[in-house]
Design a protein around this ligand. Structure first.
Ligand code: RB5
Length: 142
């Protein structure tokens, strides 16, 4: 599966560790940044969210310090459902109930090992549909 991933400077190290850890599990599209030099998270969130919204990729991962800035930016795009996840249970529920298509993680508040478990949970869980489908369809405002 192709997965597009991006971060800001705060998420750079965790992004690289995730790509290395899951090297054989996903075909990664690394949208940067490519160093821990300070950057602005919207400059990385918008292009990735756009590539999910236009169907170029089905799933993405975004990482910043808290996960909030990069997730808030992604969720401005119609049909993007970016879920801030810091434990595997929330990652699974974001797929089961919200059909999340972007996994967002808070690099400064999650250990590497928990982040790896969060990635595993997110990508091994399917959307349940049913009553959740109706709710997800009500998210977009246009
Ligand atoms: C960068 O210092 C930090 O503000 C950013 O990574 C993120 O936490 C913003 O929401």
């Amino acid at each position: 599966m192709k997965v597009v991933i991006a971060s800001d400077h705060a998420g750079y190290e965790l992004k690289e560790k995730i790509i290395a850890h899951f090297n054989n599990d996903f075909e990664w599209v690394n949208n940067g940044p490519f160093s821990s030099e300070s950057v602005d998270y919207p400059d990385f969130a918008h292009p990735l969210a756009n590539s999910i919204a236009n169907g170029e990729y089905e799933f993405g991962i975004l990482i910043c310090g808290t996960g909030n800035g990069i997730g808030m930016t992604a969720n401005k795009h119609a049909n993007v459902r970016a879920a801030l996840c810091w434990i595997p249970e929330i990652a699974s529920l974001s797929r089961q109930h919200n059909n999340a298509n972007i996994l967002v993680m808070p690099a400064r508040f999650i250990s590497d090992n928990v982040a790896f478990e969060v990635v595993k949970a997110f990508f091994s869980t399917d959307f349940e549909g049913g009553r959740h489908q109706r709710r997800v369809e009500k998210i977009n405002i246009q």
